[in-house]
Design a protein around this ligand. Structure first.
Ligand SMILES: Cc1ncc(COP(=O)(O)O)c(C=O)c1O
Ligand SMILES: Nc1c(O)cccc1C(=O)C[C@H](N)C(=O)O
Length: 416
């Protein structure tokens, strides 16, 4: 008689054999004995990065010294790396810039978007948006004398029908970082713009994880971080996208000499550079930018529609495994079952989420938790396998059934 675990193992093997992108896993240096399901927080190390960093440090910096700003293309890195990200989010060249943190890019882009709709007193964001997005929306609104309305994406069309002519900018993420719910970028972008507002998408949980088409959707602004699905390393530079039609008029409030039209003229007065280039602020983090550039080579020859198909197979299989293996153990499935409503993660609710995530980590299965009670498991189709997924859910069943979360929670540090 076949047991449920055996049937799942057979199914995992068959799905892995049929899935695309199997060869891409080798492009990452994944540690032995670890199932890594936290690439939606910090992507793992691509094999392409260490040799490039070694060259950048020893040859470009050590030997080239200041000559490398031109000799090794350091000065142009924000635009060059920006375009590499642009390819992954459907942006034609010259509209995406890499550098600074997501928070800084958000502040500049949100401010510029709101200013382009001056006279409209409202900014809209998601009450479930990541905290930095909430804080910065409030900060921009305070500075510009606007109010913030928090509206769930599902409620946006109704809200706009009532107050749309008051809204300057709508700032959302396509993927809810806690639940993994995927929102329809096309519908929301169209609704916001029909009301005359501008739209800013935070693509931190989407870039590199699913096909995004900012140009085709007519998105106004987008930002996103470089260290999740782009695997650019801890604190990797973020990116900002500004649609070409806004290039002449957008005015980021945080300005520095790198974003000046003539940076080496060292003028007293600020004159913005052309296009997205005025999004540059001060001296860019060159080591981190070149690390991100090297990391992005994992996407060479990778088709994002294949990434999406495999990601959906992985999350679908994850949900199936939870149904089969976790029944009666106190879990509630939080991620929507419909494929078109799922990002690239699975979230489960459990009162002992914290201890469970610690207990999993003790056994080499790395996910994360978000307070108060969500276990979060990110899949990255470039390296995650169906076998990884089964191993993780099997381990979760064991630690839950044994109550291992009690001892694991004691004396544990911060969960990220
Ligand atoms: C949607 C979103 N925006 C922004 C951030 C982070 O911003 P920063 O990279 O500036 O810390 C995160 C996660 O850290 C996020 O999930
Ligand atoms: N950026 C992070 C960090 O520096 C430490 C720990 C976690 C993070 C994260 O990326 C959190 C992430 N935005 C999230 O989705 O919850």
């Amino acid at each position: 008689m076949t047991t449920a675990p055996h049937a799942l193992a057979v199914r995992a093997a068959a799905l892995d054999a049929a899935a695309p992108l199997g060869h891409v896993r080798e492009r990452f240096l994944l540690p032995d004995g670890v199932v890594y399901l936290d690439g939606n927080s910090l992507g793992p190390l691509p094999a392409s990065v260490p040799p490039v960093l070694d060259d950048v440090v020893h040859r470009q910096w050590g030997t080239g010294l200041i000559r490398s700003w031109n000799g090794h293309g350091w000065w142009d890195a924000p635009a060059r790396v920006g375009d590499l990200v642009g390819r992954l989010i459907g942006a034609a060249p010259g509209q995406t810039l890499a550098g600074d943190s997501t928070s800084v890019q958000l502040y500049n882009a949100l401010s510029a978007a709101a200013a382009l709709r001056s006279g409209r007193p409202l900014m809209v964001t998601d009450p479930d948006h990541f905290p930095t997005n909430q804080y910065l929306t409030d900060a921009v609104a305070r500075r510009l004398g606007l109010s913030v309305h928090r509206v769930r994406p599902t409620g946006l069309p109704a809200f706009l029908a009532a107050e749309g002519d008051q809204v300057a900018v709508v700032g959302y993420s396509p993927v809810d970082y806690r639940t993994g719910e995927l929102h329809d970028m096309a519908v929301l972008t169209e609704a916001a713009q029909r009301a005359g507002a501008l739209v800013l998408w935070d693509l931190s949980h989407a870039a590199g994880a699913l096909p995004v088409q900012v140009d085709d959707l007519g998105v106004d602004f987008a930002v996103g971080c470089g260290y999740k699905f782009l695997s650019g390393g801890p604190g990797a530079p973020a990116f900002v996208y500004v649609a070409r039609r806004h290039h002449a008029d957008w005015r980021p409030p945080v300005t520095g000499w790198n974003g000046h039209a003539d940076p080496f003229g060292l003028h007293e007065e600020y004159v913005p550079a052309r296009g997205v280039g005025r999004g540059r602020i001060g001296t860019p983090p060159v080591l981190s930018l070149l690390c991100l550039e090297a990391a992005l080579s994992v996407f060479d020859d990778v088709d994002l529609t294949q990434v999406r198909a495999k990601s959906l197979s992985l999350t679908g299989f994850f949900l199936h495994c939870t149904d089969v293996l976790l029944g009666g153990l106190g879990f509630e499935r939080v991620t929507p079952p419909e494929p078109e409503r799922r990002g690239s993660q699975v979230s489960l609710r459990h009162p002992h989420a914290y201890g469970l995530v610690r207990a999993l980590e003790d056994r080499g299965v790395i996910g994360d938790m978000r307070a108060p009670d969500l276990l979060r498991f990110g899949v990255n189709a470039l390296f995650t396998t169906h076998r990884d997924v089964l191993e993780a859910v099997t381990c979760l069943r064991e630690v839950t059934a044994k109550g291992a979360y009690v001892s694991a929670a004691q004396g544990a540090g911060t969960v990220t």
